[in-house]
Design a protein around this ligand. Sequence first.
Ligand code: 3HC
Length: 304
Amino acid sequence: MSVVHGIRTLGVLGAGQMGLGIAYVSALHARVPVMLFDRSTAQIKSSLALMDKLLTKDVSKGKITSEQASVARERVSVISQEEGIKGMRDVDMVIEAVSENLPLKQTLFRTLAAEVSPEAILASNTSSISMTKIAACIVAEGQAASVEGKKSASRVVGLHFFNPVPVMKLVELISALQTSPETLARAKNFAEACGKEVTTSKDVPGFVSNALLMPFINEAIMCLEKGTATRDDIDKTLKLGMNHPMGPLQLADFIGLDTCLAIQQTLYAGTSDSKYRPSILLERMVDAGWLGKKSGKGFYEYPQ
Ligand code: 3HC
């Protein structure tokens, strides 16, 4: 039996580079109304400006018509600061895309579980945090085995998009232990409606993607730390020798060094495997506020 996604309205929590990209593909390709919320109004403003820019570029390249662009733009509305998460009460799915911080995600999922319809799917764009832990937090203590508790947690699922979301073709689907087959099928169908291909990973630290990518990035940072090669030669080696679109140091800047560090800490804490231990240079750069492209400085400089 095929299950349709049945998402008539989507909520996106967090309007950073990932949340904005998710809103963009959902409005343009899945053609669903999107309600966007971020506690920073400045972040929302800059994200909507970027969305306008991307739509204008797609029109000028002939990828979409100007009518399709304006319809997509009109599908995206912003929830006011006063309303907050309550503004998502009628959506059929929420995709959370805030920073990689378990206590923050747990707080948000508890609020979502209380405010959003019990039938709505609660998805997280986490890149490494256990979906089982996130699902467990919305079930009250002592209620885990009850029908109500199971139903509540069964609608939680991981939908891991890649940056830049409008360009990257993949979504990684992660099932928490509690996720129901119906939630998984609907989430997969929704990601496909956004124009993505879907792979499935078990709920292990970093899933498939970051369990492979982060040790690679970390090893590149350690090469720089040890003086094995210069920044430019490390990146050039991977770009020209292996045909990667970006070298690992440039990619780390692009992802965000704070995000890379948070993922590596989750991998290391979740496995105790020293191959995942973050390099000291990465930690120091994050201490200095050098977070990569978004902050204007990382391994490279980015005039803002
Ligand atoms: N948002 C939206 N679109 C963007 C974009 C952005 N931030 N940056 C670039 N693009 C679009 C451009 O508009 C252009 O679109 P067009 O074909 O319609 O003109 C297209 O991407 C190509 O861009 P450019 O020609 O300017 O530049 P490049 O050819 O160098 O491509 C890139 C840029 C697509 C970012 C390419 O360098 C790349 O693929 N890099 C690797 C990205 C990657 O590995 N991402 C995954 C990161 S890991 C992750 O997200 C998981 C997380 O958990 C850590």
